[in-house]
Design a protein around this ligand. Structure first.
Ligand code: NAD
Length: 254
C-alpha cells in the first residue's frame, strides 16, 4: 500500500475524477476526508469505500474562506495531521446557472477552479509546515496548457483562464514551499466522460471530434487519471515538484 496511514483531503470527491481518486487512495490505505459541495454525492462515494479504513465526509464550498479553513481544521482534528491535498473541485461554464450573464459566469468559474484551489492550499500549507511537509495536487487541464479547439469554444473561455491560473499557482507554490518539504504538482487531463462534460458529449459528432483531437484516438479513463494522481502524491514522486503533467493521450504533444 502506497499511502498507508496518510491523511488526505480530496475536494470534488462526490463525482468523476475526485471520486476515482478517493476510491484508489482508499485502496492504497489512506485516511481520507472526502469533501464536496454536493452532500448526496459524497454519501454515494462513501458507500463504495472499504469501511475498515477511516473515511470521513465534510461538506465544503471551496469558494468560501470559512468553509475551506474549517475543512482543513476538521481534518487535522479528526485524523491528526494533513499529508496530502487534492484540489479537484471544478466547474465548466457550460454548466453555469441559466440566469448568469457572461461576467457572472467568468467570476463563478474563476472562483471555484482557481480561488478554490488557492484557499484550500492556503490553509493546508500552514498545517503541512507544522507537520514537516506534504504533497498538494491540483487538477488543472490540458486547457490550462493550450488553447481550446475552435469547434469547442469560440475564445474568451473562463475555463481556460482558470486552468491556466491553476498551472501557474502550481509552479509558484512548488518553488515557494520546496524548502518546507511541500511538493506541489498538477495533473492536466485530456477529456474524460464525467458530469462536467456530459452536456458537451450529448452531441455525438462533438464526442467523435474530441476523441480525434487526442492522438491516441479516445478519451481518458477515470482510472488513468487516478493512477497518475497516486504517483504524484506518493513517495515514488519524492523529487518531483512544480510539474504540470498532461495525462492526455498526446493531446498537448501536437
Ligand atoms: N472531465 C474532463 O474532461 C476534465 C478534463 C480535465 C480536467 N478536469 C478537471 O477535473 C476536475 C474534476 O472534474 P470532473 O470531470 O470529475 O467533474 P465532475 O463534475 O464529475 O466533478 C466535479 C465535482 O466538483 C464539485 N464542486 C463543484 N463546485 C464546487 C464547489 N464550489 N465546492 C466544492 N465542490 C464543488 C461538484 O459537486 C462535483 O462533485 C475539475 O477541476 C475539472 O475541471 C476535467
Amino acid at each position: 500500500m502506497k499511502l498507508k496511514n496518510k491523511s488526505v483531503i480530496i475536494t470534488g470527491a462526490g463525482s468523476g475524477i475526485g471520486k476515482a481518486c478517493t476510491q484508489l487512495f482508499n485502496q492504497e490505505g489512506a485516511n481520507i476526508v472526502l469533501s464536496d459541495v454536493n452532500e448526496e454525492d459524497l454519501d454515494k462515494t462513501i458507500g463504495t469505500l472499504n469501511p475498515k479504513i477511516n473515511s470521513l465526509k465534510y461538506k465544503c464550498d471551496v469558494t468560501s474562506k470559512k468553509d475551506t479553513k474549517n475543512l482543513v481544521n476538521f481534518t487535522v482534528k479528526s485524523l491528526g495531521s494533513l499529508d496530502i491535498l487534492i484540489n479537484c473541485a471544478g466547474v465548466n461554464p457550460r454548466n453555469a446557472p441559466m440566469e448568469y450573464d457572461f461576467e457572472e459566469i467568468w467570476d463563478w468559474v474563476l472562483s471555484v477552479n482557481l480561488k478554490g484551489s488557492y484557499l484550500m492550499s492556503h490553509f493546508a500549507v500552514e498545517k503541512m509546515k507544522e507537520n514537516g511537509g506534504g504533497a498538494i495536487l491540483n487538477i488543472a487541464s490540458i486547457i490550462g496548457l493550450v488553447g481550446y479547439d475552435e469547434e469547442i469554444s469560440s475564445g474568451l473561455s473562463s475555463y481556460a483562464h482558470s486552468k491556466g491560473g491553476v498551472v501557474q499557482l502550481t509552479r509558484d507554490m512548488a518553488v515557494g514551499f520546496a524548502k518546507s518539504n511541500i511538493r506541489v504538482n498538477s495533473l492536466c487531463p485530456g477529456y474524460v466522460e464525467t458530469k462536467l462534460t456530459q452536456r458537451l458529449f450529448e452531441d455525438k459528432k462533438i464526442l467523435k471530434h474530441v476523441k480525434s483531437l487526442h492522438p491516441m484516438g479516445r478519451l481518458a479513463e477515470l482510472n488513468e487519471i487516478a493512477n497518475a494522481a497516486l504517483f504524484l502524491c506518493s513517495d515514488d514522486a519524492s523529487f518531483i515538484t512544480g510539474v504540470n503533467l498532461p495525462v492526455d493521450g498526446g493531446y498537448t504533444a501536437r
